[in-house]
Design a protein around this ligand. Structure first.
Ligand code: UGA
Length: 446
C-alpha cells in the first residue's frame, strides 16, 4: 500500500507540495496552524498567486465537485500523526529581525509539536531551507520525543521550486536530493518520488549536512551569478559598454550559460537575500566565516542596484525628485508572483517617494500586498492610469503585459517621455522610435 503523506506548513512550498503529492496519487493531509488558511484551502483557494496551483488543488481537495478527494486539511498534529507515514516539514525559515541568521522557531516548533504523537514507524522529512547542522539536531529531537523511538526517523529533502513555476518545478524537478541516515528513509523517498524518478529525474542520496548544503549552495551560486553580471553593469556604466550585449555574448559559452545573467535592479524575494545572509551567519558559527565572506560583497552589489536606480531616475529628472510624478510598473519581486517580500521594485518605489517624488504603482497581481507594505504610495489599476502625467515611467518587474506595452499609446498620456528599464527587457529601439528617452543600468544612454 502507498505510504500516506502529510505536509506541515501550507505556504508557497507546503501548499504546492501537498497538492503535487495528491496529483502524484497519494492520500495527503495538510496542516497549518492558521485556521483561516485551512478554510481557504478547503475551498480550493490559496492566499497566494501562483499559476496553476488553484487548479491543481481543486482537482484533489476532498468535498469539491469532481475532485479525487485525496487532499484534506487540518490544524491538529494528533490527526497528522495518526494519518501519515511520511511527514513533510514545509514551514518557513525567515531572517531573524536585526540579524543575518535564520529564524528556526517555526521548524523547531513543528518538530516539537509532531514528534510526541509519533507512536508508530514514520519518517519526518524536512524540506524547509535551514542552516547546515539543523537536520542532525532535529533527528536527535525526533528520536528523543517520539514514543516510537528509533522507528521515527528524519531525512532532509530540500526543495528547489521557483515562485511562478512552483507547480511545474514540484511535479518535474530537475533533481531530487535525499539526505538520509539509513536505507529505510531512502526506500520511502524513492517510493514518494517514483513518478518523477520514472521520468528520469536524477536522485542524489547524501548524508544530512550535504543535503542541507545543496540548497544553501544553490541559492548562493544563483545570487553570485546575478550579482556578477550586475557588477559588470557597474563597469559598463563607467566604461560606456552595454551589459545586455555582454551577457548575451558570455551566455554562449555553455560553461557559463545564459540563465541568471539578466542585469538590472537585482534579486529580491523571500529566498535568495535571506539565504545568503543565513549562510554567512552559519559559516561564522562553524568557525569558517572566510569561506563565504564573498557573499557580503554579493549582497552589497545587489543592494546598490536599488540605490543606483533611484539615482538614475533623479538624474533623468534633472537632478531632483521633489514634486516629480513617477509611474512605477511592477511591485512583485518577480513576474508571475504576487510576492513583495524584499522586492527591489517596491523598495525603489518607496525610496523615490521618501525623496519627494509622487509615486504611482501598478502591478498585475501584487497590488494588495504592496499596499499593505507601503500604504503611502499611490496605486493605479492599469499601466496607463499609473502613467498619467508622469515625468518618468520605471519598468521594475518584467511582467509580460509591461513588455508588450505600446510606447506610442503610453506616450500620449505621460507628461514627459522618459522610460527607465530596471529589468533590461524592453526594446530600446522601439521606445526611442516613439520619442522616448530610454535609460537602463549598465547600458549606453542613446
Ligand atoms: C529561488 C531559487 O531560484 C529556487 O531554486 C529556490 O527553490 C527558491 O529561491 C527558494 O529558495 O525557495 P525564487 O525566489 O522564486 O527562487 O526566485 P528566482 O527566480 O530565483 O528569482 C530571484 C530574484 O532574482 C528575482 O527578484 C529576480 O527578478 C532576480 N533575477 C533572476 C535577476 O535579477 N536576474 C536574473 O538573471 C534572474
Amino acid at each position: 500500500m502507498s505510504p500516506k503523506i502529510t505536509v506541515i506548513g501550507l505556504g508557497y512550498l507546503g501548499a504546492t507540495h501537498a497538492a503535487a503529492m495528491a496529483e502524484l496519487g497519494f492520500e495527503v493531509l495538510g496542516l497549518d496552524i492558521v485556521p483561516e488558511k485551512i478554510e481557504l484551502l478547503t475551498r480550493g483557494e490559496t492566499p497566494i498567486y501562483e499559476p496553476g496551483l488553484e487548479d491543481m488543488l481543486r482537482r484533489h481537495v476532498a468535498g469539491l465537485p469532481g475532485s479525487t478527494g485525496r487532499l484534506s486539511f487540518t490544524t491538529s498534529y494528533a490527526a497528522v500523526a495518526e494519518f501519515g507515514d511520511i511527514h513533510f516539514i514545509c514551514v518557513n525559515t525567515p531572517q531573524k529581525p536585526g540579524e543575518y541568521a535564520c529564524d528556526m522557531s517555526y521548524v523547531d516548533s513543528a518538530v516539537d509539536s509532531l514528534a510526541p504523537h509519533l507512536t508508530r514507524p514514520s519518517l519526518v522529512v524536512g524540506k524547509s531551507t535551514v542552516p547546515v547542522g539543523s537536520a542532525a539536531r532535529l533527528a536527535r529531537r525526533v528520536a528523543e520525543l517520539a514514543p516510537a523511538g528509533d522507528a521515527a526517523e528524519l531525512a532532509w529533502n530540500p526543495e528547489f521550486l521557483r515562485e511562478g513555476f512552483a507547480v511545474d518545478d514540484t511535479l518535474h524537478p530537475d533533481r531530487i536530493v535525499a539526505g538520509v541516515t539509513g536505507e529505510r528513509a531512502e526506500v520511502l523517498l524513492r517510493e514518494v518520488y517514483a513518478g518523477p524518478l520514472g521520468d528520469g529525474t536524477p536522485f542524489i542520496v547524501t548524508d544530512l549536512p550535504t543535503a542541507e548544503l545543496v540548497k544553501t549552495a544553490a541559492n548562493a551560486f544563483l545570487s553570485t551569478k546575478i550579482s556578477f553580471i550586475n557588477a559588470m553593469a557597474e563597469i559598463c556604466e563607467t566604461a560606456g559598454g552595454d551589459v545586455v550585449k555582454l551577457a548575451e555574448a558570455l551566455g554562449h559559452d555553455d560553461r557559463i550559460g545564459k540563465k541568471f545573467l539578466r542585469a538590472g535592479i537585482g534579486f529580491g524575494g523571500g529566498c535568495l537575500p535571506k539565504d545568503i545572509r543565513a549562510f554567512m551567519a552559519r559559516a561564522g558559527e562553524l568557525g569558517a566565516p572566510e569561506a563565504v565572506a564573498f557573499l557580503r560583497e554579493i549582497d552589497s552589489i545587489n543592494m546598490r542596484r536599488r540605490v543606483y536606480m533611484v539615482d538614475l531616475t533623479r538624474e533623468t529628472l534633472g537632478g531632483s525628485l521633489l514634486g516629480k510624478r513617477v509611474a512605477v510598473l511592477g511591485a512583485a519581486f518577480k513576474p508571475d508572483s504576487d510576492d513583495v517580500r524584499d522586492s527591489p521594485a517596491l523598495n525603489i518605489a518607496g525610496q523615490l517617494h521618501l525623496q519627494g517624488a509622487e509615486v504611482t504603482v501598478h502591478d498585475p497581481k501584487a497590488m494588495e500586498n504592496a499596499r499593505r507594505v507601503f500604504p503611502t504610495l499611490r496605486y493605479a489599476d492599469s499601466p496607463t492610469e499609473a502613467a498619467q502625467g508622469a515625468h518618468a515611467v520605471l519598468h521594475l518587474t518584467e511582467w509580460r503585459e509591461f513588455r508588450e506595452l505600446d510606447p506610442a499609446a503610453l506616450g500620449e498620456v505621460v507628461g514627459e517621455r522618459h522610460i527607465l528599464d530596471g529589468r533590461n527587457t524592453l526594446d530600446p529601439a522601439l521606445w526611442r522610435k516613439a520619442g522616448w528617452t530610454y535609460r537602463a543600468l549598465g547600458r549606453p544612454t542613446a
